[in-house]
Design a protein. Sequence first.
Length: 563
Amino acid sequence: MAVVEMSRVRVVGAVRLREEVLGRLQAVGAVHVHCEVTPDPIEARILRVIAAVGPPGTEPARADVTLLDSLEALLETRDELRATLVNLEAERAELTAWGEVDAEVVEELASGGLTLRLYRGPLEDLPDGCHETRVPAGVVVASFHPDPIVDAPCVEPPPRPASRVDMDLETARGELERVRKSLEDLSAGHRLDVLLTRVRDRNQVADVRAALPDFGEIFGLVGFCPVERIATVQHVLDDLPLGVFFEVPDSEDDVPVALRNAPGVRVFEPLLSAFALPRYGEPDPTPLFAPFMGIFAGFCLGDLGYGALLTGLSLGGLAVVKSQVARSGLQLLALLGGFSTVVGALLGVAFGVRLYDLFGWSDSAWLFSLTEDPKRFFYASLAFGLAQLGFGMSVRLYRRLRARRWQESIGAVAWMGMLPAAMAWGGGYGGPSPFVALSVLIVLFSAPEPKLTHRLGKGAWALYGVSSLFGNVASYARIFGLGLSSGVIAQVVNEIAWSLGDSWLGWLGAGVVLVVGHSFNFAMATVGAVVHPARLQFLEFFGTFFEGGGKPWTPLAIGGRDA
């Protein structure tokens, strides 16, 4: 369900063709490179037959190889010259502390035993035989003492004359200017950004190649590609003397996972990826939790005005933001804002104002009683929890029936009946018999081990999890808490602002209260409307059927793009 079907790809060929194979796979962006293995004797024999039938494959010449090599060399030289300039400029800055004192004079004096030292602070009581000279950075003291004669910060003489440093600076700047002009000449007839992308792509292949061990004259490459891309991979490699094998993955393969959903559901995929991808062969839970996530977020925000504002801000951000990660988050917020707008309209509230009171409409068509009657809103939140957890258990039962795991299916049915049986018993609509019978079924069929002792032990542990099931239902009270609190805060902000509006100064203060109060409430409610519904999906809902643990499908592709 929305998980792309994968095929295992095995490529066997001569080591001299390995880079060519990686380059072609990178060009089509259809294969997730998994590892390199030692080809077995059968594969090696097939390869020899392929090589005997057709002429040995040769690496096709690429017109831009020399161009890219030149660009790489120039970029490397430019970076080295920039680092050299930084070091020389730092050295030259240290020489300026000596003012007009020539480093060559310092060297000549030192050869005669006279030492010059530059002291930063003021000097007092210099010993006899010392001579001091004021410079912009402090005092230069000349003496025949080999060790410092004053307890003050001291700057040692420059290691070489400033003139030599200036000459090196001039040379480095001239070389950097030459490299800059060469880059301009190189890119005059070419787009420099395209050349840089090609350099990065070549480096990407080099990194993958460096990570693959060399097994001698023949290499074997293992990867995974979508089934619908098999023909593409075959076509791009069919003119090389290779053995290319496409196989159905088995249970021991660590198959990467790629998701494919409709646009309205796809925006929730980054949220799922932040938690855990499904394992290969496990259904994609994104279409299952997306509607619940939207509805719960709508009730947590619970305001038509806030929902419309969230949607507007998100759409505005999409018009200017280019980062794909940021755009994914804004698309999710825009969709959640749409849910919040609809739910807020049904609740009849916009920026804390009751619309049915404001316009004199009948309140019979609204869900206003959920916010007006906290008890009803609380029970509605628990009903949401029962509905979603029951749906999750139904998914688990469906998967077990489809896999023909009949005994575990009996345990799944028992789990689905536990909450209704417990509620009926607690509400006085029946005795404990249904609850006890279902408990026995859970103990016997939750973990149908061949040995009775193992079965009973694991079944008893599963029965202990019934307590967490009731806790999971109670967790859905978050919807009640967040929805009610954001609505109450919005109303309080309005009442405070209304109480200030008895003069022009009061109306000005009322405006400030409205903007600051609603902005704060909107920001906090938006965070809560994303975080807490997501927690309900990932911990409570997923706990009924989802295992997860898959790794993302990341194909070797030009520019890092996904196919």
